[in-house]
Ligand binder design. Structure first.
Ligand SMILES: Cc1cc2nc3c(=O)[nH]c(=O)nc-3n(C[C@H](O)[C@H](O)[C@H](O)COP(=O)(O)O)c2cc1C
Ligand SMILES: [Mn+2]
Length: 474
């Protein structure tokens, strides 16, 4: 059973040594997010801030719940030192075992209810995350519930929101996101506002599910149940028919205008840069806020090695693997290294070569083209070991024949830092596959053999060496 709520997760990372509590006063204006930012860059702990400048101490802030593999492991109720390969494996297994939610009458998230006319978003200690952000950001580690206008499909996604004024939020769900699609294809044509609930501080599997790459029309609540190994308790909103995790710290109920936009951004983004200007975004009016007593606001100090690097790495890589398998690519493992800002994927295959590289790059850019670089390696290269991956890339990828560039327009990831303004506007971009496998047509006798213990020594010598090494206490 996973931790039931956010507080039990915090207790677990406290006991594994992955949470630091700060009782001294810290400023909501960049200071506490700066501390969280540095910690991401140094693979450091999560922080709990108990005393926030200008706010009464019943408000608290927790930063970067799962920006490290250790904390992600605890979030999935595994030991903090679970090896990465096992973490991926467990995630993939649980993903295949959905558990639907349970509907309950009441829950901790209803301990305090603030009705629409009393709402002032500045009553919450919403941080200024980075210098140069367009405003104070509320949903940086959230879970946004919305319901399809035509069907029973309920979506959970993780999308950021910025305070526009006391009652209004602006947000940037990509048009290709499920919330974006529901709004543009369901509510806008009908001329109806779209109810949403921005949930903060739910149990970890719920947030992981919201951030996950998951199929269209799939209910992330079922996925969260599967990831946590138990059904999620859901309770109805005060001002809509949406349901939210009952144990949540804070729930912001709102309605997205179908006929209005407002300015949002810029923001220090997940690829690790601020790029772009303030731009048009969706606009939502808050209809109620409910929260637990002594609520904990969560914050992802977005940027290099943030919480999206781990969540998107694991769910994105598993989704890529499933897609490649479906289309017959002889894929073995897929890894998205967090250092790559979700722009780089490593794929190992049983049989490589130019045709496979071409197929992989085409399959991974056919819909949402999030990755701009793909390194393809032979199956004897451990994708989770970046030293081995860099070795294969540097030595086996032919600088000319091994480079497969695929260009596209209309679906490029506009947040790719390398793209020019013109390319971003046109959503034009490219993805390159670096084929770092041996050409399958090379005869075995003339294919180079790697000068490592596991490849260049007889099994008998390997065994003896390993034993000797162990007996030396190394
Ligand atoms: C910390 C974090 C912040 C995110 N912010 C946004 C965002 O503002 N807009 C967006 O479109 N996707 C954002 N994402 C990515 C989406 O959560 C992800 O694509 C997810 O699959 C969306 O759900 P959906 O497939 O149901 O649309 C964020 C992810 C993380 C981990
Ligand atoms: Mn979805």
């Amino acid at each position: 059973m996973a931790h039931k709520d956010f507080r039990s997760f915090l207790a677990a990372i406290q006991s594994s040594g992955d949470l630091v509590t700060i009782d001294d006063q810290v400023d909501w204006d960049q200071e506490l997010s700066g501390i969280g930012r540095l910690s991401c860059e140094r693979n450091g702990p999560a922080f709990m801030f108990n005393n926030i400048k200008d706010y009464t101490p019943h408000w608290r802030i927790a930063t970067n719940p799962i920006a490290t593999w250790r904390r992600l492991a605890v979030g999935l109720n595994l030991p903090a030192d679970t090896p990465l390969r096992d973490l991926y494996q467990t995630y993939a297994e649980r993903e295949g075992n959905m558990i639907p939610p349970v509907f309950v009458k009441d829950g901790p998230c209803k301990e305090v209810i603030i009705s629409g006319d009393k709402v002032n978003l500045f009553d919450l200690p919403v941080p200024m995350v980075h210098e140069g952000d367009g405003g104070r950001y509320l949903g940086t580690w959230d879970l946004v519930v919305s319901k399809d206008a035509n069907t029973d499909w309920v979506n959970w996604g993780m999308y950021r929101f910025m305070i526009h004024n006391e009652r209004l939020l602006t947000g940037y769900p990509r048009p290709t996101s499920h919330l974006g699609k529901m709004l543009l294809e369901g509510y806008v044509p009908r001329g109806k506002p779209m109810p949403i609930a921005i949930v903060i501080g739910a149990d970890l599997p719920s947030h992981i599910a919201a951030a996950a790459t998951f199929r269209i029309a799939g209910n992330e609540a079922d996925l969260a149940g599967g990831l946590g190994g138990h059904p999620i308790d859901l309770v109805k909103c005060e001002t809509s028919d949406l349901f939210v995790p009952a144990s949540s710290e804070i729930v912001i109920e709102a309605e997205v205008y179908w006929d209005r936009i407002a300015q949002e951004g810029p923001y220090g983004e997940y690829p690790g840069y601020r790029s772009g200007e303030m731009g048009n975004a969706i606009c939502a009016r808050v209809t109620a806020i409910t929260h637990r007593r002594n609520p904990i606001l969560t914050l992802d100090t977005t940027g290099f090695m943030d919480s999206s690097a781990t969540t998107t790495s694991i769910s994105g890589a598993i989704a890529i693997k499933r897609r490649l398998e479906k289309y017959g690519v002889p894929v073995v493992d897929v890894y998205i290294p967090p250092e790559g800002g979700v722009h780089l994927a490593v794929v190992s295959v049983r049989r490589g070569g130019a045709a496979i590289a071409q197929q992989v790059v085409e399959l991974l850019t056919a819909r949402r083209a999030l990755m701009s670089k793909i390194i393809i390696v032979d199956e004897d290269v451990d994708v989770f070991n970046m030293s081995a991956v860099i070795h294969a890339f540097a030595t086996k990828c032919h600088p000319d024949r091994g480079t497969h560039i695929h260009r596209y327009e209309g679906r490029a990831n506009a947040l790719t830092p390398a793209y020019s303004l013109e390319e971003r506007v046109a959503r034009a971009g490219a993805t390159v596959a670096f084929d770092s496998t041996w050409p399958p047509e090379w005869p075995r006798e003339s294919t180079p053999i790697r000068a490592t213990l596991d490849a260049m020594y007889s099994p008998d010598v390997q065994k003896r060496v390993l034993e000797r090494y162990k007996s030396l206490g190394l």
